[in-house]
Design a binder for this molecule. Structure first.
Ligand SMILES: [Zn+2]
Length: 490
């Protein structure tokens, strides 16, 4: 718990700058009960930079509990996660006035505090908060149905994931094909400011309210370098013409989840997690913030095949979001015409691409690689792909000490996920040892197998978790690039 300070501040740059023209003072929270040790996103607007304070007050104006003191706030929108505690005390249960004080100015809203999450108090393991794709949405908590936006990012909940993967998806379609994009508008009017871009026919949207002419939807902005609205992978809410909304039933045989936090592709088949593969999603840089792979839910469409990107050749590519494709880890051609994977293959399991999703070519114990995916998907299969956002504050679970890990005691140099692995000759069965001993002799020198995506070492998980701890910023380059978003229409 040591890293989990009572107040979980996240310096989130939130994707609502288009709505941030307001010069007054206001505060809002999602309409849901906050159970202390879970978290809620508090958003507030201020007319200028300065020090703000948030407190819980009762009806009589009595101060009952501090939320944050001396918060260094900025003009416009501010956002912070609050976990319902202060100095290790939990906020009192009840319905309170959440009061924002800024100099002589004051604003308030209602907040409901529930019972603390008891299981977390009892469990000293790293705190696992509940994150969904809509975690920072102002509408979070309003939708009670199970869908991509309300599904907790927990790969172990196979039943819920399968239900989401196979249920109908709502896309925006203006009839101009899967490369076209539609602008999300701040107001229900074609003259209103754009807040984000959504890709037609393949990108799912969350319908918040459906009107006769315009509907309010949310999605991660599919902003590519040439998109009409540049708001890099920001979760946005805006209006689209209702006539564009189309419901599609996806493939009922297969479905995929890609988690940008773990850099893994999870293949679901017949209701179960069938196989886990290593991927590389996009890595932004100061000149190319659009490299960040856009999160959201998508349908796999055209089989593109092989294409070239600079000196890299990318095979078995299948389109799912305009310029974003799922394809085999790229290779370079050597002088003798043979393919070399040595440039990109070692990076699998970390961000590395220009936005596409690179998938391993080595076979998992279940016999899955990008070639398997290509062979099992028909052209325009409409197989659903969920891409989970790596929200700041998300953490990778550290495996239990007694989780079995496998190796070959007769000189094996690698550790594996399962008893067998495609890396070795068929028929070899490995010996198991507990994960808790992985950093001890003779296991400490074992390398991670590149075929079966075995568990990361504890120190590796802790390094990722530190990068993603609350209050930090795992990608300052992208954060800075978003500060000028959304760019006005030319
Ligand atoms: Zn292996």
């Amino acid at each position: 718990m040591k890293r989990w300070i009572a107040l979980l501040l996240a310096g989130f740059l939130l994707p609502f700058s288009a709505f941030g023209q307001d010069t007054g003072i206001s505060v809002s929270v999602p309409e849901k009960t906050l159970h202390p040790w879970d978290s809620i996103l508090i958003r507030f607007f201020l007319p200028e930079d300065g020090t703000a304070e948030l407190i819980l007050m009762d009806e009589e104006g009595e101060e009952r509990f501090p939320v944050v003191k001396d918060y260094q706030a900025v003009r416009g929108q501010n956002s912070l996660f609050w976990n319902g505690t202060y100095a290790h005390q939990t906020a009192p249960e009840g319905i309170w006035r959440l009061v924002l004080r800024f100099g002589a100015l004051q604003a308030e809203t209602r907040i409901t505090i529930g019972t603390p999450l008891a299981q977390i108090m009892e469990n000293p393991a790293p705190l696992q908060l509940r994150f969904t794709p809509a975690t920072t949405s102002p509408y979070d908590g309003m939708d009670q149905t199970l869908n991509y936006w309300t599904l907790p990012m927990n790969i172990h909940d196979e039943e819920a994931i399968w239900q989401v993967l196979t249920s109908p998806i709502t896309v925006v379609d203006n009839g101009k094909g899967e490369r076209a994009q539609v602008i999300l508008r701040a107001e229900p009017s074609a003259e209103s400011a754009g807040v984000g871009s959504v890709t037609c026919a393949t990108q799912g949207v969350h319908v918040i309210s459906r009107g006769e002419e315009w509907s309010l939807v949310e999605c991660y902005s599919s902003s590519f370098h040439d998109s009409p609205i540049l708001n890099w992978n920001a979760l946005v809410q805006g209006y689209v013409p209702t006539e564009y909304l189309t419901e599609i039933t996806p493939s009922q045989e297969l479905g995929f989840v890609i988690d940008k936090l773990t850099q893994r592709l999870y293949v679901f088949r017949e209701g179960r997690l069938f196989s886990t593969l290593l991927v590389s999603t996009g890595l932004s840089n100061p000149r190319q913030p659009y490299n960040e792979t856009r999160s959201g839910e998508f349908l796999m469409t055209s089989k593109v095949g092989t294409f070239s990107s600079d000196n890299l050749r990318c095979g078995l590519a299948i389109r799912f979001n305009r310029g974003d494709l799922l394809h085999e880890v790229p290779y370079t051609l050597l002088g003798d015409g043979s393919a070399s994977y040595s440039l990109c293959e070692p990076k699998l399991g970390t961000k590395a691409s220009h936005g596409c999703i690179r998938v391993q070519r080595k076979l998992t114990p279940e016999g899955v690689n990008m070639g398997w995916i290509w062979a099992n998907l028909k052209n325009n299969s409409r197989t659903r792909l969920l891409i989970w956002e790596d929200w700041q504050g998300r953490q990778i679970e550290i495996p239990a000490e007694d989780t079995p890990v496998y190796y070959n005691p007769r000189g094996g140099q690698y550790y594996h996920l399962k008893e067998t692995c495609d890396m070795t000759r068929a028929g070899i069965r490995f010996t198991s040892f507990p994960y808790g001993q992985l950093d001890e002799k003779p296991y400490s020198k074992l390398k991670r197998c590149a075929y079966c995506a075995p568990l990361l070492r504890r120190a590796e998980i802790e390094a990722i978790n530190a990068q993603y701890a609350f209050g930090g910023d795992h990608d300052p380059v992208l954060t800075e690039a978003r500060e000028s978003c959304p760019r006005p229409l030319k």
